[in-house]
Structure formats: C-alpha cells, structure tokens
Design a protein around this ligand. Structure first.
Ligand SMILES: Nc1ncnc2c1ncn2[C@@H]1O[C@H](COP(=O)(O)OP(=O)(O)O)[C@@H](O)[C@H]1O
Ligand SMILES: N[C@@H](CCOP(=O)(O)O)C(=O)O
Length: 298
C-alpha cells in the first residue's frame, strides 16, 4: 500500500528589486498525507485551505493530472489529507506550494523520477515565473531567471544568510493575478538600469553580511512596489515604523498584500511588539528561513 507525505514551504518572492527573480523559503508549510485508495478522497485539515474538496476540481489534483498526462501515465486514486499554515492569496506562495505539491504527487504516484530541474521547469510553466517555486523547491534564498524562449531556468542558491523575517499579514486577500494587472507593460531604460543596479547591490550586500546596507537597497525597488503600494493602505506606515524599530528593510512579499521586514535576531522581538501596536488588525508573525525546500517522507 502506497503511503507517503509531501511537505512544501511558504515563500516570499520578489524581495525588494528582485521582481520575478529573487525569493526565499519560509517556515510555514503545505503538507499532503497520501495513501492509495480505490477512489479519490480529499480532506482539508486547515482553515487556510480553499473550501473545495471535490477531487475532480481540486487545484493540486488538477496539477497532478496535467503532469501525469504530460508523461502519458495514469494517476491512481488516493486518499489525501491536506494541512497548511500558509494563508491563501497573501503573497506567501500558497499557489507555488500547491503547484509543487501537485507535481510531486504525480512524480511519486507515477514513478516519474523527475529531476529537480524538471520539477522547477514544470512548476515555472504553471506559475509563469520562477521566484516563488524555486525557493519552495530548493529551500533558502534562490535567484532565478526564466528564459521563456527555450524554457530553461538559470538558478543560483544562496545559503548562509543570517537574517530573520517578520511578516505583517493583513486580514484581506489579494490575488497575484490582480496584483500583476496593475504593473506597466514597459519601463524606460533608465528605470530598468536603476532596478538592475539596485538588485546587484542588494545581493552583494547580503553576501557580504552587510544587512543594514542590503535593507537600504531592498526598500528602493522600481519594478513593482511603486505600482502595488496603492493596493496596500498601510504600506508607508509599515515601512516607517519598522525602520524606526530597527528593521533592516521592509518590502512587499510576493504580489502582496503581506509585507515583510528583515531584522536581526536581537531586534526581532522588539519589532514584533511594536508592530502589533501599530497595525493591530494584522497578524504580525516571526518567520525563519526554511533551508530544505520540498521534502518527501516515505
Ligand atoms: N493548498 C491549496 N489548495 C488548493 N488551491 C490552492 C492552494 N493554495 C493556493 N491555492 C489557489 O491559489 C490561489 C492563491 O494564489 P495566488 O493568488 O497566487 O496567491 P499566493 O500569493 O497565496 O500564492 C488560491 O485562491 C487558490 O485558488
Ligand atoms: N513575482 C511574482 C511573485 C508572486 O508571488 P506570490 O507568492 O504572491 O504568488 C509577482 O510579483 O507577481
């Protein structure tokens, strides 16, 4: 009898000027407990999951079916219990984790023996960009670029960055689809040069362990925050108050509406307490970097 567990971490994509390219895995998880069965049965064990448990119209199962069809295999039915503490449509990679869970489900059930690069390619096709699926798959910070013309993805993983995250999760949803529609089709060469330079500087500062300087560059994105901030009523307040209380830098997580501050271990608790007072209706939570990415336990 088949019995296994798939666990995929949350992510924060974009990270300052790293639009569609830089993301980090975080310690919240989507977990699937899978057992073979004579028919499809889905159980949701969390309020942070969609209401629909109909296996014929379930996001994760649909992804698994598409992958099995792509490899011309048959997906045998299962009983799947799903847990999650990744909030939906908040910019913490719930869809990326669901896409990867579906790919891994097909991989296990159809014995596809997919390489990590194949999983990443499939996941990027479904998501449209690699910056959340790459860290969810590999763990830690991942820099990526999707060459759409030949469908290849270049990645560089960054380990050893010793930074803590505090997330400000608002009580409202914002779908990635809506938040992408607000972005301009084109940017000027001057703006693109500025964004790329700031991104280079941010990565160099992170690698040198100069987190104060990295935080300064994180707050200067020109690719998406200038457009998306209008969707986030407390954007300026959160950035200002977090900086005042010792945050290195604060940015929109993924497509929003969650914002995240990077902070030192020493300043983390003071920042959390202060921000709970500033934005009492938000969930203010510490998050750690997940270093492992997608895990399968047989
Ligand atoms: N575990 C899940 N099971 C089923 N569908 C999911 C799951 N996680 C995410 N989704 C789908 O993805 C949508 C959210 O995706 P998206 O707008 O990209 O936001 P996020 O920033 O959370 O990834 C949900 O509204 C739901 O349709
Ligand atoms: N680069 C994407 C990232 C979306 O991440 P999500 O976690 O909000 O799905 C974008 O900004 O649209």
């Amino acid at each position: 009898m088949t019995h296994f567990q798939i666990r995929v971490p949350a992510t924060s994509a974009n990270i300052g000027p790293g639009f569609d390219s830089i993301g980090v895995a975080l310690n919240r998880y989507l977990t699937l407990h899978v057992e073979s069965s004579t028919q499809w049965q889905i159980e949701h064990r969390s309020t942070m999951l969609p209401e629909n448990v109909d296996a014929h119209d379930h996001f994760i199962i649909n992804i698994a079916h598409k992958v099995s069809q792509f490899y011309k295999r048959k997906l045998s039915p299962c009983h799947i219990t799903i847990d999650s503490d990744i909030p939906l449509a908040r910019g913490l990679g719930s869809s990326a984790s669901a896409v990867l869970a579906g790919i891994e489900l097909a991989n296990q059930l159809c014995h596809l023996q997919l390489s990590e690069q194949e999983k990443l390619k499939l996941a990027t096709r479904f998501e449209g960009h690699p910056d959340n699926v790459a860290p969810a798959l590999y763990g830690d910070f991942v820099l990526s670029f999707y060459h759409e013309a030949n469908e290849t993805i270049d990645i560089v993983t960054l380990d050893g960055i010793n930074i803590y995250a505090v997330a400000y999760i608002p009580p409202f949803e914002l779908s990635t689809e809506t938040a992408r529609k607000i972005l301009p089709e084109k940017l000027s060469l001057k703006t693109a040069t500025q964004g790329s330079a700031l991104s280079n500087l941010m990565i160099a500062a992170l690698l040198k362990g100069n987190y104060e300087q990295a935080g300064y560059f994180i707050e200067q994105d020109v690719f998406h925050e200038p457009y998306r901030k209008q969707l986030l009523p407390q954007y300026e307040l959160i950035r200002q108050e977090a900086k005042r209380e010792g945050a290195y830098g604060t940015f929109i997580s993924g497509a929003g509406p969650t914002m995240i501050s990077f902070v030192s271990k020493a300043d983390k608790q003071r920042l959390i307490e202060h921000m709970k007072e500033v934005i009492p209706v938000y969930d203010v939570v510490p998050l750690n970097i997940d270093r492992n990415g997608l895990q399968v336990q047989i």
